[in-house]
Design a protein around this ligand. Structure first.
Ligand code: GUN
Length: 276
């Protein structure tokens, strides 16, 4: 059974619009896109659309795949000093010849709306509600909250792909009292963990990773996968068989954009309030 996301997203956008309406200064979000990866292009298109919808100025610097690491670092330093740019995000992943960590850590932590810079990320360990939450983990927690899932009583398996999702999400779940099992691509017999889980969150970007036989009848599946093959988007879970069995599941496509992007816009407003 599909979890209805429209209600969560539209409520969130209404709240953001209301907050931005009351801010008198212009808010400008700059996105740096290096290569022409199809997922990144789609993400950026959605970020632009929804930023403009909530009256946030959106600027895109599309550098091209041949950009060197040093050119990218130089650009970031310039944008760090540019008073007209309130926030900077680098669309990930970056091409292999660029060290993502170096790049992300150069972003001024006050302009780091993704909350990926190490100076911000460590704060996830000692959670404080006033800080930002990277936008994908934020929407996952929002869904669990929307479903009124009492996390202290639940077993949650997180199957990871990257630091963007896995580490912050694992910490958020631990902080909320859930019993968390952290798996990865090398975990032996994944189904021994997923089968006993009340919630499985998969973010490996490996289509077909999670099948119906790997979960139990009540497992809620939150699918953060987002792989494009021949212009079609796939999640990590075998959606049809899990959905037909009446398990609750988030569909792909459908989730990643509306709520990830809504949470990004919400981070813009929160960050404005943090820095003013
Ligand atoms: N690529 C996939 N998800 C994200 C995200 O949340 N932020 C950025 N900057 N890049 C991404």
């Amino acid at each position: 059974m599909i979890i209805d996301w429209k209600e969560i997203a539209s409520k969130k956008y209404a709240e953001i619009k209301n907050e931005v309406w009351n801010i008198e200064e212009p808010l400008t979000l700059l996105a740096i896109l290096v290569w022409n990866n199809p997922s990144s292009l789609r993400y950026i298109k959605q970020k632009k659309k929804w930023a403009e919808y909530v009256w946030i100025n959106f600027k895109l610097d599309h550098l091209g795949e041949n950009t060197s690491e040093s050119d990218l670092l130089k650009k970031i330093s310039e944008y760090n000093d540019d008073k007209n740019i309130t926030w900077i995000l680098i669309q990930l992943p970056l091409p292999n010849h660029i060290d993502s960590k170096k790049v992300i850590n150069l972003i001024n932590p006050n302009k780091d709306v993704d909350w990926f810079n190490e100076k911000n990320q460590w704060k996830i360990l000692i959670w404080d509600d006033s800080w930002l939450i990277p936008c994908t983990p934020a929407w996952v927690m929002e869904i669990l909250n929307y479903l009124k899932i009492d996390l202290p009583w639940k077993i949650v398996t997180v199957i990871w792909k990257s630091n963007i999702v896995w580490k912050p999400l694992t910490m958020l779940l631990i902080n909320s009292g859930a019993t968390v099992i952290s798996c990865n691509s090398k975990t032996k017999d994944l189904s021994q963990f997923t089968k006993i889980s009340d919630i499985v969150i998969c973010a490996t970007w490996k289509p077909g990773l999670l099948s119906l036989e790997m979960i139990n009848n009540k497992t809620v599946v939150i699918d953060v996968g987002f792989t494009i093959i021949d212009d079609k988007i796939y999640g990590d879970a075998k959606f049809d068989e899990i959905n037909n069995n009446w398990n609750l599941i988030t569909p792909v496509p459908g989730w990643v954009w509306p709520l990830t992007v809504a949470n990004l816009m919400s981070s813009v407003v929160k960050s404005y309030n943090l820095n003013k």
